[in-house]
Design a protein around this ligand. Structure first.
Ligand code: MG
Length: 213
């Protein structure tokens, strides 16, 4: 019964993430992609975004070594930016605690658009239990593919907790109910504020799993 959680905007917030992504690509490619180029990207996962930017710059698909080079450069920037005593990531403490409570009686996964190594770093900074499996952005996978991969072989019901319209669309495509965090993803599903208490998240998820409004 996997309950999947997005990370950025759902469990916490790392400011300047897209600045660091562009800087990392600037280091690897020798020229930094522009904000306008970033706006033209259609996907919501690191592979999709970096692949789109790569096609704009070089006219061909990104490959695995290129993705690995991006990932390493990006993690290095995040490690410096969010080092102890430097910039602080924002933790949504109640949502995090609620996720950990749910993990005591359900299978819980992190399913995020971050490259896998970056997801591992962010999850550690936010204090996510190491026993919760992480599934980050894989080559040629969109977010729906990632959700389907997390669900593979696991009996339902399943559920996705996210903060953006692309999370809702991916949940719908994968046939999963959805719980929203924040105001960016209105709809018929339950929505909770980022500063909600743990018990509210647990109650909303349990109700949605039972098909209750
Ligand atoms: Mg998000």
């Amino acid at each position: 019964m996997p309950i999947c959680f997005d990370l950025d905007g759902t469990l916490g917030h790392f400011s300047s993430g897209f600045v660091l992504l562009r800087e990392a690509l600037g280091e690897v490619w020798g020229e930094t992609p522009t904000v306008e180029e970033l706006r033209l990207c259609r996907g919501s996962t690191d592979w999709e975004i970096v692949d789109d930017l790569h096609r704009m710059r070089f006219g061909r698909e990104l490959d695995e070594p290129g993705y690995t080079a991006y990932e390493a450069a990006c993690i290095a920037r995040f490690r410096v930016t969010f080092a102890p005593g430097a910039q602080k990531a924002q933790r949504f403490a109640g949502v995090l605690e609620g996720m950990h409570r749910l993990a005591s009686c359900h299978q819980v996964w992190l399913v995020s658009g971050n490259a896998p190594g970056l997801l591992a770093f962010k999850a550690e900074v936010l204090g996510v239990d190491a026993a919760i499996p992480r599934l980050g952005s894989l080559p040629r996978h969109d977010r729906t593919d990632l959700l389907r991969r997390a669900l593979r072989g696991c009996p339902g019901p399943h559920l996705y907790v996210g903060d953006r319209p692309h999370d809702l669309l991916a949940a719908q495509a994968a046939g999963m109910p959805f719980v929203g965090i924040g105001e960016a993803v209105p709809g018929d599903h339950p929505c909770l504020a980022p500063d909600s208490e743990a018990g509210h998240l647990v109650a909303a998820v349990e109700a949605a799993l039972k098909g209750l409004p």
